[in-house]
Structure formats: structure tokens, C-alpha cells
Design a protein around this ligand. Structure first.
Ligand code: C2O
Ligand code: CU
Ligand code: CU
Length: 474
């Protein structure tokens, strides 16, 4: 697909709101209320894009210590004063910046009045360190210790994981980025790019608060304003002729089909870090929880919009496009040369797999979601695998909504989608399943033993049962 004049014309009539979008529920179809409170419109747009604060860390050689807390705090979102749940007092939370080879001890404290937790999404933590079944009560703390292995450079994130409350707490603003640097970041093609975090998260506000979920939002709440790093339509003033955008979908449910006006996106990293060589795209879909890194070679001076294109995930039809951010390119910038070679991504041989599993994602009316007909039960183990073996998982979406699959502790590679081989090798931890789609993935159970979870990353679906348990043993 390319940018046609008709599409550009179409994009002019952008709309801020999902109001009026058709919401499908079960067999019927409803229309979302278009009524907005005055609080629901941004009061500030066009500010300079600011990155989230950086979490301060104490470094002694490769030993890294940091502390992060959750608390209800006052923040500004799109110009509104809002009191909401935060990590470290800001929305998004402070960015945890690490390096391959780091040994990390992260002290987490819950200073809110409710139970919550901290999950480091996508980093290869053991099930024990990740502790996906646990949470901290008000005032409680826990230390999370882990190593950042070689080859892990990439963009990850953190968010709460207290089952049943994930969607509400994440929607309220509990999310932040983790950026892992590695030796390839020092190569000229990456080093000289203007490196930016772009955290996409939608909000709805009223009365100085983030709106709670209404009953229908159980299918996946879409906020009325889509913000970038908590800002409405900010402006990115480019400082290099090549941008490196680290895109993170921190929304509970909203997918983003993204394009940059008049520019190609050169994909360099997926969830699991750098891929083997840049892949040129005109658009890319970022499912909830998913990350991608792209290089953009700016085509001279001008203003270019990062757009969210129309997309229907079967639950909500985002029928009109929206502008998320404007890139402002001054005259005189020179793009840097694209790297030809990035990382090497291990080739997994499906012939060596010791198990083939089938996971069917579906729903029951009203608004309960399951895998293989079963709702999440932390006491039940759904699959047992052996450490050091390779498994093939056939993911089948028997439902009409998109369900982005996610597995903790173990990276996966997509082998086939809809019977077609995946065009390039990449490590991932989120794999979107479109309505009716079948996707085959390779799951190497490397390094860790223990019990962990896989689930749909639409947080509302996960809270409503769409999660299972994997145990890996020796
Ligand atoms: Cu992003 Cu189980 O989580
Ligand atoms: Cu995760
Ligand atoms: Cu789902």
C-alpha cells in the first residue's frame, strides 16, 4: 500500500474520538455514545514532544540498582490536571534504561491504596523473578532481580499484572518503557539517528480523573483521546535526518495501524529486539502490548504526520484516521546510511520440536473470554513442557475480535500466518491474531523452569479469563 492522493484527502477529515464508532458485541451491534464531557477534549496540543523521565539507577560496574513505586499522583494529560495511578509520579512512568550484561535489582513498592504489581513485559525473566501470579498489598514491596542477556537490546515495557484489575490499572496510566542498549546501538546507522520513545496510550477523562470502565468496556476499552507520552498531538523536532522511533502500544485494547505521511518505515526491531536487516514498510500494525522500532529517513524539510489509520479489530471500528504526532524536519538535515546488517536471529528448526499444541481463542456471551474453552485458573496448569526443548504452538482465533497472544519468560518466533510463511525471522512476545486467523509459532523453552502465563494482551480479555498457565520442568 502506498500513499495515494485520495488517501491523503481522506486523512484531512480526522476525528479525535471513537464516539460514533460501531461497537460489535456478540452478534448484535451497538453504537458508542458520542457524547463527551468537556474534560474529554484535549486542552493542549502541539507542544514539543517530551520523553518520559528516566528512572535513576545506581551503577557499580554491571550491577544496577533502581527503585520504582506506584502511587496515586497528580499529572497533566493533554493539558488537563488529573489525579491518577502512576509509576514514579508520572504518566507514562519513568523509563528504565539498561544495558546488555546488566545484573539488575529493582525494588518495587506499592504506595497505592489497592493491590497491584509490576511486570517487566518482554524481558527474559525467570518465572520466579517475574512472579506473574503475585501482587503487592498497599505498603508492600518486593525486589525483582534479573540479568539482561547479550542480544536483548530493544524496547520493552512495564505494567501491572494483578489479575482482574489489570485493565483498570493500566488504563488509568500504570505503564512505562524499558530500553535496553547493546553494542549495535553504537554502529553509525543507529548511533547517529534521533532516538525517540513513542508511547501510545489512550485515555478518557472526567472530573479530573481517568474514566472507570463501563460494563461494555469489558470488550476492550478505547479512550476518547489518543496521547503520545501523555501529550496530545505533540511535535517532534527532528535533530537528525534519520529518526529511530521506538513505538510502544501501552493501550489496554486499542490497536494502532501506523503510517508516517510521505515516508517509508524501515523496521529494525520487533518485541524481542533487533531483526537481521531493515524491512521497508508503508505502514505497520501495533497490537496492544506490542513494540516495534523503525528508522525513518526524512525527505527534506517539512511537517509530516504520524497517523493512526482506520482499523477494525472486530470489536471497535476505528473508522476514521487520526493524527498522533507531527514530525517537524528543519532544513539541512542529512539522513544517515541505513544499516545493511543488524542482529543475527537464531533459526529454529520446526523438525526438532518435541510437542505441538493447539490454542483456540474464543469468547462466550456476555464478555467472557477463554482459551481452549477454559477460563484462567491460577491453580490449574494447562501445559507442561521440558526445559531445553522446542515446541510448536498453533494459535487459532475462533472469534471475531483480534486477540493479541502474549507469553511471559520465553520469546517466540512466528513460522506461518494463515498458512503463509513469515517473511522474516524475528523474536516476539506479542503475536496478533485477527478474527478467524491461524498462526503457527515456535516456542523454545530455554533457560528457565517454573510456572508462568500466556494470555491475550487486550487487558480486559485477560482479566475476563483469556489466560492460561505453562509449566516448564527439567
Ligand atoms: Cu504485558 Cu502478562 O503481560
Ligand atoms: Cu508480559
Ligand atoms: Cu483478546
Amino acid at each position: 500500500m502506498s500513499f495515494s492522493p485520495s488517501r491523503r484527502r481522506f486523512l484531512k477529515g480526522t476525528s479525535l474520538i471513537v464516539g460514533g464508532a460501531a461497537l460489535a458485541l456478540g452478534g448484535g451491534s451497538l453504537v458508542a455514545s458520542g457524547a463527551l464531557t468537556p474534560n474529554d477534549a484535549p486542552t493542549q496540543s502541539g507542544e514539543r514532544l517530551t520523553p518520559p523521565p528516566t528512572l535513576s539507577v545506581r551503577r557499580e560496574a554491571a550491577f544496577v540498582r533502581a527503585a520504582l513505586f506506584t502511587a496515586a499522583s497528580p499529572v497533566r494529560l493533554a493539558g488537563h490536571a488529573v489525579s491518577t495511578l502512576t509509576y514514579g509520579g508520572s504518566v507514562p512512568g519513568p523509563t528504565l534504561r539498561l544495558h546488555e550484561g546488566d545484573h539488575v535489582r529493582l525494588h518495587f513498592r506499592n504506595r497505592t491504596a489497592e493491590h497491584t504489581s509490576l511486570h517487566l513485559h518482554g524481558l527474559p525473566l525467570s518465572p520466579e523473578a517475574d512472579a506473574p501470579f503475585g501482587h503487592q498489598m498497599p505498603g508492600e514491596a518486593r525486589d525483582i532481580e534479573f540479568d539482561v542477556p547479550a542480544g536483548a537490546a530493544g524496547t520493552y515495557w512495564y505494567h501491572p499484572h494483578a489479575h482482574g484489575d489489570v485493565a483498570r490499572q493500566l488504563f488509568a496510566g500504570l505503564a512505562g518503557a524499558v530500553v535496553v542498549a547493546g553494542p549495535l546501538d553504537d554502529e553509525p546507522g543507529l548511533r547517529d539517528a534521533d532516538d525517540r520513545l513513542i508511547i501510545l496510550k489512550d485515555f478518557s477523562l472526567s472530573g479530573g480523573q481517568v474514566n472507570a470502565h463501563a460494563p461494555l468496556d469489558g470488550q476492550g476499552k478505547h479512550g476518547s483521546m489518543t496521547l503520545v507520552n501523555g501529550q496530545h498531538r505533540p511535535v517532534l523536532h527532528a535533530t537528525s535526518g534519520t529518526l529511530r522511533l521506538r513505538l510502544l502500544n501501552a493501550s489496554t485494547a486499542r490497536p494502532y495501524r501506523l503510517a508516517l505521511q510521505d515516508h517509508e518505515l524501515h523496521l529494525i526491531a520487533t518485541d524481542g529486539g533487533l531483526i537481521e536487516k531493515p524491512v521497508a514498510l508503508t505502514e505497520l500494525l501495533l497490537a496492544p502490548g506490542e513494540r516495534a522500532e523503525v528508522l525513518v529517513r526524512l525527505r527534506g524539510a517539512g511537517r509530516f504526520e504520524l497517523q493512526r489509520l482506520p482499523y477494525n479489530n472486530g470489536a471497535v471500528d476505528q473508522g476514521s484516521a487520526d493524527s498522533l504526532l507531527t514530525v517537524h524536519a528543519p532544513a539541512g538535515l542529512r539522513p544517515v546510511r541505513l544499516p545493511h546488517v543488524l542482529a543475527s536471529v537464531e533459526r529454529l528448526d520446526p523438525a526438532t520440536a518435541v510437542a505441538t499444541r493447539r490454542l483456540v481463542f474464543d469468547a462466550t456471551f456476555p464478555l467472557r473470554f477463554h482459551i481452549n474453552g477454559q477460563f484462567f485458573d491460577p491453580a490449574r496448569t494447562d501445559f507442561t513442557g521440558r526445559r531445553g526443548t522446542l515446541e510448536l504452538w498453533e494459535l487459532e482465533n475462533a472469534h471475531a475480535f483480534d486477540h493479541p497472544f502474549h507469553l511471559h519468560s520465553f520469546g517466540v518466533q512466528v513460522l506461518e500466518r494463515g498458512g503463509l510463511p513469515e517473511p522474516f525471522r524475528a523474536w516476539r512476545d506479542v503475536v496478533n491474531l485477527r478474527g478467524g486467523e491461524r498462526v503457527k509459532i515456535a516456542v523454545p523453552l530455554q533457560r528457565f523452569t517454573g510456572r508462568t502465563v500466556f494470555h491475550c494482551h487486550v487487558a480486559e480479555h485477560e482479566d475476563r479469563g483469556m489466560m492460561g498457565v505453562l509449566e516448564v520442568r527439567d
